[in-house]
Design a protein around this ligand. Structure first.
Ligand code: FES
Length: 108
């Protein structure tokens, strides 16, 4: 699947997350310490958009997003849930920043 330009990386400050909707699918893009991650944007437990979740600070060993509804954490590298009640992983997508500073997404 071709890469899609989402938004300028400068619009996503360190420690924040936002949703993008390529092909109508919610994708969460996270900037953590200047590294970008992309995973499915809706929790696998119940319907909760994860852009309202909590990004682990850059000092934490594992990059995670915590669902704001029941507090399951997901590993941003693997998509795996690290705490209940979520049991199913988020799909991880490929994200990068191009030479002009735009976030590029390639859906898995
Ligand atoms: S909706 Fe995310 S943990 Fe329940």
């Amino acid at each position: 699947m071709p890469s899609e330009r989402l938004f300028p990386a400068s619009e996503l400050p360190d420690g924040t997350a936002r949703l993008a909707w390529p092909n109508g699918k919610a994708i969460l893009v996270v900037n953590r310490g200047g590294t970008f991650y992309a995973v499915d944007g809706v929790c696998t437990h119940e319907y909760c958009e994860l852009d309202r979740g909590f990004v682990a600070p850059a000092g934490a060993v594992t990059p995670t997003i915590t669902c704001p509804l029941h507090l399951s954490r997901f590993d941003l590298l693997t998509g795996a849930p690290l705490d209940p009640p979520a049991e199913e992983p988020l799909t991880v997508h490929t994200v990068s920043v191009d030479a002009e500073g735009w976030v590029l997404l390639e859906l898995a």
